[in-house]
Design a protein around this ligand. Structure first.
Ligand SMILES: NC(=O)c1ccc[n+]([C@@H]2O[C@H](COP(=O)([O-])OP(=O)(O)OC[C@H]3O[C@@H](n4cnc5c(N)ncnc54)[C@H](OP(=O)(O)O)[C@@H]3O)[C@@H](O)[C@H]2O)c1
Length: 330
């Protein structure tokens, strides 16, 4: 089968595209004929060696996938050949990745793809959808009628958080870095969008949420806790999920006096049951049109190295060249 893989961590040029033997499904695995994968910043950190993980050699890159079950292991109970599925959590913790024509996936990480939802939509909603759901529902417990501020509303995670928050019934404020991306956030349902490059976020937030926001979702790798805690309401909740090296100052006094709470997580450490709960809502919202994957572009899998370069420039280099997800097709 064709696959995008590395023999050694390093720059995007280390990604090779070529033939590898197709995997055989283990007893609890489904062999998925992959028709779409999507790229996440974590893929670039693993490929670059910034996150140390045990890696098979050669290592097929990538977490997300969607496609059709081609074969099932003897203990698989939830799927049969021909079922359309999507999933994430591949290419992590010693598992092979998804950027290939076939991928053997433990059934616990797979979810049915509903009729009417394309594989591109499903793949592009996988990791970011589960991430947004875990943060909003399991951790922040965002409720109907509450307010949420999404710092970075146009990105892969942010654009999903905006939509899921609207699906839950919250009032949503967000930031974006250009007029075009402000418009994108509005189309996704944001009630008010601040340009973080030209406007003062603190001042604008005071105008639209004088009593503070119930939830602050931070997508940035260097959170400004003074700003965030200052903008939270009493009993406000804050989500952090990026910036492994970040060590910013933290305003302990204002934080505890307001009774705030801080929640951090990585999606791939969530249990299969937690991810399944998230996937059920995601599927429902995809079918109802409340969640539309924010796909910036679709590329052939043979351009995996170029896609990694682009993602890295946009997320780490802050070039702003992407607005959402890159989907690749084997
Ligand atoms: N913990 C987890 O489980 C988990 C899961 C998924 C992702 N992550 C991490 O979360 C981060 C975001 O991922 P992603 O896929 O959403 O990345 P992304 O698609 O590259 O989005 C980055 C966002 O940051 C915004 N941004 C850049 N500079 C900003 C600033 N100064 N103030 C406010 N916003 C700014 C961009 O806005 P404009 O483009 O509008 O300028 C864009 O919306 C990454 O570091 C990723 O590794 C963690």
């Amino acid at each position: 089968m064709k696959a995008a893989y590395i023999n050694k961590t390093g720059p995007p040029e280390n990604i090779q595209y070529g033939d590898l033997p197709a995997p055989k499904p283990g007893p609890t695995q489904c062999l998925v004929k992959v028709s779409a994968v999507s790229l996440n910043p974590v893929d670039t950190y693993i490929r670059g060696g910034l996150i140390q993980m045990p890696l098979p050699s050669p290592f097929i890159i990538g977490c997300d996938l969607a496609g059709k079950v081609a074969e099932v292991g003897r203990d698989v109970t939830g799927f049969e050949p021909g079922d359309r599925v999507w999933g994430s959590n591949q290419g992590l913790l010693g598992r092979q990745g998804s950027f290939a024509e076939y991928c053997a996936v433990d059934e616990c990480w797979l979810h049915p793809t509903p009729d009417g939802v394309t594989d591109e939509q499903a793949a592009a909603s996988a990791l970011v959808g589960i991430t947004a759901h875990l943060g909003l529902v399991r951790d922040a417990k965002l409720a109907k009628g509450e307010t949420i501020f999404v710092n970075g509303g146009s990105g892969g995670v942010g654009s999903t958080v905006v939509q899921l928050s609207k699906a839950i019934g919250a009032r949503v404020f967000a930031t974006a870095g250009s007029d075009k991306k402000i418009e994108l956030c509005r189309q996704l349902g944001a009630d008010f969008v601040i340009n973080y490059k030209t406007q003062n976020v603190e001042v604008e937030l005071k105008k639209i949420a004088p009593a503070g926001v119930n939830v602050w979702w931070e997508t940035q790798r260097e959170p400004n806790f003074d700003l965030a805690v200052g903008a939270l309401s009493a009993r406000g909740r804050m989500i952090v999920m990026a910036g492994r090296e970040a060590r910013p100052p933290f305003p302990v006094g204002p934080f505890y006096v307001k009774g705030c709470s801080l929640h951090g997580f990585v999606m791939f450490m969530a249990t299969p049951e937690e991810q399944r709960d998230a996937a059920e809502d995601i599927n429902q919202w995809l079918v109802q049109g409340k969640l539309k994957a924010n796909i910036d572009r679709v590329m052939p899998l043979s351009e995996a190295a170029a896609s990694h370069r682009l993602q890295e420039e946009s997320t780490i280099g802050r070039s702003g060249s992407l607005a959402g997800k890159i989907v690749l097709k084997p």
